[in-house]
Design a binder for this molecule. Structure first.
Ligand code: PLP
Length: 353
């Protein structure tokens, strides 16, 4: 039976990428495996350099003062690394969900953090708007897509201070003016590759301004100085991410994948809105094109619906425990056909009920 993976992560990748990545485990360099050759050998250094260059190219940031790094420790490590490297006195955070909240808690260890706005009281079902960002803060931090609650920032404030964005769950999924951001980070495991590496794209000129001593492995400048090879990099995750970025480039880059993502989102949200058995969780204007969150309006149908999902090979549709209901995660590699299968089940449920 064909299976359709709607899981929020990790990770959904194009089949051709999976195939190439698995071949490299057996034979990457004349019979040697990708995971056994030296990370300092030319074949792997070339991979790292290509991955770094592709990330900047896809985001339209080459030659604009940015550096790309592939680090370890997940996006969660970036919550504290951002603060260690940029927070001198005070920073402003937009609290739009669990991950933003965690980023705030970590930054507070180092200094003063102010929430410019929050949707916590509404269990994060919308993105706050119309807030002020004080110009004397060190930086402003936001989360572009809230994986758990299914909301997504459709626009970003004009910011006079450095803007930092956690793009873990929608990196490379839609066109944005990426020059608006001074630091972008994203765990690989949604739109890039297996868990184990985190993309950081940073404008070099915002670094080196804090007075604290930064441990080397936490210092972006050290990683830049070592061309993202300060210590042994997660070679498989970086290689697979490079393959996914190549796949995306050959497809036509972010503009091409955005068209596909729009079709998938349109398909699922029109079903949620037309079918009286379902109700969307997030406010319509803030709906995520990566993670669609919804509930059944009649809980008595739960068992029937979930049996139908199982029978058609739908995997990973359960909502996060803090929201309940269902979450259809539709990352870049999710085919439109799979969303079609899910939508057919939803309308079949309405016919049956
Ligand atoms: N930020 C966002 C938006 C996420 O979706 C996640 C994980 O799903 C994280 C941060 C945490 O990432 P990691 O598990 O790589 O630390």
């Amino acid at each position: 039976m064909k299976r359709h993976n709607f899981s929020a992560g990790p990770c959904i990748l194009p089949k051709e990428v999976m195939l190439k990545a698995s071949e490299a485990i057996l034979d990457f360099d004349n019979g040697l495996s990708l995971i056994e050759i030296s990370h300092r050998s030319k074949p792997f250094v070339d991979v790292m350099e290509k991955a770094r260059a592709l990330a900047l190219e896809l985001l339209g940031l080459e030659g604009k003062g940015y550096k790309a790094l592939f680090l370890q420790g997940g996006a969660s490590t970036q919550f504290l690394m951002v603060a260690l490297n940029l927070l001198e006195k005070r920073a402003g955070y937009l609290n739009t969900g669990t991950w933003a909240d965690k980023a705030i808690q970590e930054a507070r260890i180092y200094d003063d953090v102010y929430e410019v706005a929050s949707s916590k009281d509404a269990n994060f079902n919308f993105i706050p708007k119309g807030y002020d960002i004080p110009t004397d803060y060190d930086y402003f931090h936001c989360t572009s897509n809230n994986t758990i609650f299914g909301t997504q920032m459709k626009s970003f404030p004009d910011c006079d201070i450095p803007m930092v964005c956690d793009m873990s769950s929608d990196i490379f999924s839609r066109k944005l003016d990426f020059t608006k951001f001074d630091l972008i980070y994203a765990g690989a495991q949604k739109n890039m590759g297996p868990a184990g590496t985190t993309l950081v794209v940073v404008r070099e000129d915002i670094l080196g301004k804090v007075s604290r001593k930064i441990p080397s492995i936490m210092d972006y400048k050290v990683h830049i100085g070592k061309s993202s090879m300060f210590n042994t990099p997660p070679v498989f995750a970086v290689y697979t991410s490079m393959l996914t970025m190549e796949w995306l480039k050959n497809l036509g880059g972010i503009p091409a994948i955005e068209k596909e993502n729009n079709k998938k989102a349109q398909l699922i949200y029109s079903e949620i809105d037309l079918n009286p058995l379902f109700k969307g969780y997030a406010m319509k204007e803030d709906r995520s094109k990566m993670n669609a969150t919804f509930n059944l309006t009649n809980e008595d149908l739960k068992e029937t619906f979930e049996t139908m999902l199982d029978e058609e090979g739908i995997n990973g549709l359960n909502g996060h425990r803090s929201v309940g209901g269902y979450r259809a995660s539709m990352y870049n590699a999710m085919p439109l056909d799979s969303v079609g299968v899910l939508v057919d089940i939803m309308s079949e449920l309405e016919r049956k009920a």
